[in-house]
Every structure is written in structure tokens, then in C-alpha cells.
Design a protein around this ligand. Structure first.
Ligand SMILES: *[C@@H]1O[C@H](CO)[C@@H](O)[C@H](O)[C@H]1NC(C)=O
Ligand SMILES: *[C@@H]1O[C@H](CO)[C@@H](O)[C@H](O)[C@H]1NC(C)=O
Ligand SMILES: *[C@@H]1O[C@H](CO)[C@@H](O)[C@H](O)[C@H]1NC(C)=O
Length: 261
């Protein structure tokens, strides 16, 4: 078996390598390599066999070592390519999982943002209610509107009007009998309360302070209005309205613009 292998190798060497080496006669003295190859071949075989796995030294090129070098290079390149491909796959997998993490994070953040936004709008609503309460501190809901009834201090009409504006409202008008009845339930009997109604602009044209338009509801006491030039402001007394000089001081009723339907 060994002999047969040697013979085959020898034949190969003789044709591929020995002919090239034969140029240096002393190195390959065989005249008939296939037949003569024997013990001699063993002596040349070892270094050549070594060259099969070791890239050929540039100073001593041969066809065989060149093709061997190509093979080695190809093998090296293939293993480098395989390594690169593996790296790429790993990288892609890593990118994939990072993408998944980012997606999940994005979704979590979006959910958190939505949550924060709804909390914010709830807070804003609360804040708005608190602000309204603070702004109209002392106002109470009577019917569909908020009113402030001054129960102690008496002021002339323009001073009472200023007080209402300072509280974020204005002197009240009354929109209908139902509202008048509701308010009267909160007032002291036999007491005067200024309302936000006057004819200071034009005689007998009783305007609402709140809207600048004709008062929505007037309930004159009998004999009123007097149509006197000095009686321009309207007060409420026991559920009825009277025109009277604005420089007199009475209690007063303010209202807010906010309607609570
Ligand atoms: C997103 O939320 C889920 C459930 O709350 C959690 O399991 C996951 O780790 C979160 N993702 C990130 C990227 O924080
Ligand atoms: C109303 O009262 C204020 C403050 O007391 C006073 O300054 C003002 O002159 C009064 N106005 C009228 C029209 O009486
Ligand atoms: C209001 O003004 C009139 C004059 O226009 C005056 O006679 C009257 O005394 C005044 N009343 C008050 C309470 O100031």
C-alpha cells in the first residue's frame, strides 16, 4: 500500500515538479522518473510535501507551489468570508433584537405619554375649577348663575359696581321671574340691594351692566320708574324694582359671567 502511494506521488511529482526542478540537473537526475522513482523520491518528497501546506517562498516559485498558494489563499479567504458572514448574522440578530427593544420602548413611552397627557388634562380641569372657585370666592350658585350678595357694606351705585368688578363679576341683572324668586329667597326683607341696571346712557332706556343691552327682565314696583332725571339706578326691594339716585348707598348683588346650565 505504502509503495503504491509512493509510486503515484512520484509519478505526479515527476511530471509536475521534477521537470521544473530538472533544470537544475544536480537536483533531479532522473532520466525515466516513473520507473526510476524509488528511494530518491523519498528524499525529494518530504520538502515538497511540506511545501503543500506552507505558502511558497517567493525566491523559489513553481507551478505546484503557486497553485498550492492559490488554494491556501482561497481557503483563507473562504474561512475569512465565513467568519465575516457569521459576524454579519450575529450583527443582524443583534440589530433585530435592538430594534425590538426600541419598538417596545417606543410603545411603552407612547403609552406613558398618553397616560401623562390624560393626567395633565385632568389636572388642568381641576385647576380650572379651583381657579373659578377662587376667582368667585363668596359667589353662590342660585338657579343657573353664580351670585354674590353683599350683606353688610352699603355703597353707592358706582362704588358697588367697582366692587363687583374687583371680584371678577359685575352688578347683577335678573333674567326672569324664576331667577328673581330664587334670589329674593336669599335676601333680607325690607332691605335695598343695587342691581346692575340703569338708564344713565339714555333716559328710560334701562340697560344691563353685564351685556350693555336692554335689561332682560324688569319688575317695577307700582309707580316706577319715576322718570325723574336724577333717578338713574335700579335697586331691588322686597322682590320689586325701583329707580333711584345713584349716589345713595345700599347693599348690592354681583353675578359672574359663568353660566352653569
Ligand atoms: C415595556 O413594558 C413592558 C410591560 O410593562 C415591559 O415588560 C417591557 O420590559 C417594557 N419595555 C421596555 C423597553 O422598557
Ligand atoms: C361713591 O362713593 C365713592 C366712595 O365712597 C365716592 O368717591 C364717589 O364720589 C361716590 N360717587 C357718587 C356718585 O356719589
Ligand atoms: C345725592 O345727590 C343729590 C344731588 O344730586 C343730593 O341732594 C343728595 O344729598 C345726595 N345724596 C347722597 C346720599 O349723597
Amino acid at each position: 500500500m505504502v509503495k503504491l502511494a509512493l509510486a503515484v506521488l512520484c509519478a505526479l511529482l515527476a511530471w509536475n515538479s521534477c521537470e521544473a526542478l530538472a533544470e537544475t540537473e544536480s537536483f533531479c537526475p532522473l532520466k525515466d522518473p516513473p520507473n526510476q522513482c524509488g528511494g530518491f523520491c523519498l528524499s525529494v518528497l518530504t520538502p515538497v510535501l511540506n511545501r503543500l501546506t506552507i505558502p511558497q517562498d517567493q525566491r523559489n516559485p513553481s507551478d505546484l507551489s503557486k497553485s498550492n498558494e492559490v488554494l491556501v489563499r482561497q481557503y483563507t479567504m473562504e474561512s475569512q468570508l465565513a467568519a465575516l458572514q457569521e459576524k454579519q448574522t450575529t450583527f443582524e440578530n443583534s440589530l433585530d433584537s435592538q430594534q425590538k427593544y426600541l419598538d417596545s420602548n417606543q410603545q411603552n413611552l407612547t403609552e406613558k405619554l398618553d397616560d401623562l397627557e390624560s393626567q395633565l388634562s385632568a389636572l388642568q380641569e381641576t385647576l380650572f375649577r379651583v381657579q373659578t372657585k377662587i376667582k368667585y370666592l363668596g359667589f353662590e350658585q342660585i338657579g343657573s348663575k353664580y351670585f354674590y350678595i353683599e350683606k353688610v357694606t352699603e355703597k353707592n351705585w358706582s362704588s358697588a359696581s367697582k366692587s363687583c368688578r374687583n371680584m371678577g363679576g359685575h352688578l347683577a341683572d335678573i333674567k326672569d321671574q324664576e331667577e328673581l324668586t330664587a334670589i329674593q329667597g336669599n335676601l333680607k326683607r325690607d332691605t335695598h340691594y343695587w342691581l346692575g341696571i340703569n338708564d344713565l346712557g339714555r333716559r328710560d332706556e334701562y340697560l344691563s351692566m353685564a351685556t350693555g343691552k336692554p335689561a332682560p327682565f324688569l319688575k317695577w314696583s307700582s309707580g316706577r320708574p319715576t322718570r325723574l332725571e336724577t333717578s338713574n339706578c335700579v335697586f331691588l326691594y322686597n322682590g320689586e324694582m325701583y329707580d333711584y339716585p345713584c349716589n345713595y348707598s345700599f347693599r348690592f348683588i354681583c353675578q359672574t359671567d359663568e353660566e352653569n346650565e
